[in-house]
Design a binder for this molecule. Structure first.
Ligand code: ATP
Length: 198
């Protein structure tokens, strides 16, 4: 049976970059964070529940108003848990459907808040991507035109890297891309070997 490998790491750590490397080795990748965004845009059930929670401003002309939602969460961090409670079960169901159509030795599920949602038990192996906080802040500021304060508020809602690393089977340090690719390939080969003995 196809195994599930969790790929996690804090904001800006380089998860998606690593996921692309695994894709290039032929591993099917499901990006839970990306699918959550798509479902928030397209699922009528989620749409209604978010409007009940946060008001009509969640959507502008039918488009998810991410900056409004971010500003609400910025003002009241408890809202994040309630938004997650609406969105996560739908993403989990969507993943199950996708997974049931896979037949590779293993798939990668990329999830930013894997440990934060205590989802470790759902995975056969877990890979954590890590980078220094200053690097992550700069990357996200460059990528998303966010302020340092905004990035820090997300980081403060996530577990420290060390706690993630301590609970992971593999760690990828996000430094030079070429080195990351070599390390990713070594981990891929190790997983394939481990699965032979399963
Ligand atoms: P998020 O959780 O915010 O989605 P992420 O962990 O998936 O982030 P990426 O999107 O892979 O991280 O990387 C964040 C940014 O940093 C991207 O713009 C990416 O191109 C860049 N980046 C990632 N890894 C490296 C690297 N090793 N060297 C230089 N830039 C990198």
């Amino acid at each position: 049976m196809t195994k599930i490998v969790g790929l996690t790491g804090g904001i800006g750590s380089g998860k998606t970059t690593v996921a692309e490397m695994f894709k290039s080795f032929g591993v099917p990748v499901y990006n839970a964070d990306e699918e959550a965004k798509i479902l928030m845009q397209n699922s009528e059930t989620i749409k209604h529940e978010l409007i009940d929670l946060l008001g009509e401003s969640c959507y502008t002309d039918g488009q998810l108003n991410r900056s409004y939602i971010a500003s609400q969460v910025f003002a009241d961090q408890r809202l994040l848990e309630r938004i997650n409670a609406i969105v996560h079960p739908k993403v989990a169901a969507h993943f199950e459907e996708w997974y049931s159509n896979q037949n590779a030795p293993y798939v990668i599920k990329e999830v930013a808040i894997l440990f934060e949602t205590k989802s470790q038990h759902l995975f056969d192996f877990i890979i954590t991507v890590t980078a220094p906080i200053e690097t992550r802040i700069q990357r996200v500021m460059d990528r998303d035109q966010k302020t340092k304060k905004e990035v820090m508020s997300v980081i403060n809602n996530q577990l420290p890297d060390l706690e993630k690393i301590n609970q992971s089977n593999f760690v990828i340090i996000s430094n030079k891309l070429a080195e990351m690719k070599v390390n990713s390939l070594a981990i891929h080969n190790e997983i394939i070997n481990k699965l032979k003995n399963y």
